[in-house]
Write a protein that binds this ligand. Structure first.
Ligand SMILES: *Cc1c(COP(=O)(O)O)cnc(C)c1O
Length: 456
């Protein structure tokens, strides 16, 4: 270590006076600039002591200070163009909202709204009232309420109806979704006791009926959304569980996960269970996500029999898990679009992307290929190829949708390098790597110009 280098480090004041930092002083205060300068000097002092830094100049300290300031003052949220081929990608915020929901978000953000205010009576209202009527109309349920996500929906439903008691569930349905949602853990955290019945592949009616005792609060059914049990399998359908529930005098709750409000098979997709079918089948309470197949904002929708929904609404946990005005206003707008079945596919991006015609995707891929090739220059090979996309968000796990993608390779750059290049663009572009090619899936891209990377 060269001790004399330590003495060459400038003072915080000296750095903060540098002309290049004055814009930040005006925009963010001198305290912020001094802090960044201090951090820069400290990190350089450590690097000198480690022997990794062998020269110091005021310019290099200012450069590092600018780095800290940019990290602090730039928005952490960055827009991503989803060309990954996964329509509902949890890591990038699942469903893209329809225009109507974006408008509703804007008007709910600019000022105050009648979130919990009854304008006719001029007194306190109920926040779920904005969406409850739409949910009951679209699902056939008697009542409904909304929390922050489906995980919260399952948690509060179990806690309200089964705290301190047993929850019966088939071993084949003890699911984990997206790493952090594990049904056994949610059951435990809701204060309930897990009572597994049956085996991984087969659970029979008698497994349920024999397990019911005085300690049983309810039967839980979970939609195995992100995997399929195939082969030698048996499960008791919801109808059978409802019969057992009535016979034993206990409610049946269903965690539907993606919970579709429309039958996807009318567009040639495999059928996902419909919320209305669960309700018609006699389920007492069903929970599902707002930002999966529904195509709305992150939310957990709880629908079912009025007496149970009323109890859930009165649970103090509801106060902790309630949705805010932004969520509720966007959700209301999306649910309203479901009233018009004719326009639905056009109006909701998630449905539009899932059902997009192959010819249209191919045309978009050909167009995007031309734009990208022109932008990247000669060291890249840009082609068009048939590929397959998935729905994601724990829906239709074994369904692959035929699609078209732009493929990019380069003699000068690895596929990982190409992927990083597209991620560094503004907005970032998320594709996927398939063996030796970088692919941009056009299924979810309607404006092909968005795939031309804007590299700073
Ligand atoms: C996705 C999913 C969840 C979690 O829903 P979030 O809205 O992400 O909290 C729970 N259960 C099932 C069956 C799911 O598919």
């Amino acid at each position: 270590m060269d001790r004399s280098l330590l003495r060459e480090l400038p003072s915080v004041d000296e750095v903060a006076r540098d002309g290049r930092l004055q814009g930040f002083v005006v925009a963010h205060s001198s305290a912020v600039v001094m802090d960044a300068a201090r951090s820069a000097i400290d990190s350089m002092r450590r690097a000198i002591i480690d022997g990794t830094l062998r020269a110091v100049s005021i310019d290099s300290v200012v450069d590092r200070t600018l780095g800290f300031l940019e990290g602090l003052t730039q928005a952490s949220f960055k827009r991503i163009i989803n060309a990954s081929g996964t329509v509902l990608h949890t890591n990038i915020g699942r469903a893209v909202l329809p225009e109507e929901a974006i408008e509703a978000l804007k008007s709910a953000s600019v000022g105050n709204v009648n979130l919990e205010f009854d304008l006719l009576k001029g007194e306190r209202g109920e926040r779920d009232s904005h969406v409850e009527g739409l949910i009951t109309r679209l699902t056939g349920a008697e009542a409904a309420c909304v929390v922050n996500n489906n995980a919260a929906g399952v948690l509060i439903a179990l806690n309200t109806l089964a705290e301190g008691k047993q929850v019966i569930i088939s071993r084949g349905e003890l699911i984990e979704i997206g790493g952090s949602f594990r049904l056994p853990e949610i059951i435990k955290k809701s204060g309930c006791i897990l009572k597994e019945v049956g085996t991984t592949n087969r659970t029979h009616r008698a497994d349920y009926t024999e397990a019911v005792t005085d300690a049983t609060a309810l039967i839980l059914k979970a939609h195995t959304s992100n995997y399929k049990v195939k082969g030698f399998t048996t499960e008791v359908p919801l109808k059978g569980l409802v019969e057992i529930g009535i016979e034993k005098g206990i409610p049946v709750i269903e965690d539907l996960g993606s919970g579709s409000l429309v039958d996807l098979s009318v567009w040639g997709l495999p059928k996902e269970p419909l919320v209305s079918e669960s309700i018609a089948g006699g389920v007492d309470v069903v929970t599902f996500s707002g930002d999966k197949l529904l195509g709305g904002p992150q939310a957990g929708i709880i629908a079912g029999k009025k007496a149970f929904i009323e109890r859930i609404r009165k649970n103090p946990l509801k106060r902790a898990l309630r949705a805010g005005k932004l969520t509720l206003s966007a959700l209301e707008a999306v649910l309203r679009l479901y009233l018009n079945k004719e326009r639905l596919r056009e109006a909701i991006p998630t449905l539009r992307h899932m059902t997009r015609g192959l010819n249209e995707i191919e045309e978009a891929a050909i167009q995007a290929r031309g734009l990208i090739e022109a932008a990247l220059g000669e060291s890249f090979r840009v082609g068009v190829e048939a590929a397959s996309s998935v729905i994601g968000g724990g829906a239709l796990p074994d369904t692959e949708l035929s699609t078209w993608a732009v493929s990019i390779t380069s003699g000068k750059m690895s596929v990982e390098g190409i992927s990083r290049l597209f991620l560094s663009a503004d907005p970032a572009i998320l594709g996927r790597i398939n063996k030796d090619r970088f692919l941009l899936d056009l299924r979810t891209i309607e404006d092909t110009a968005l795939l031309v990377p804007n590299i700073k």
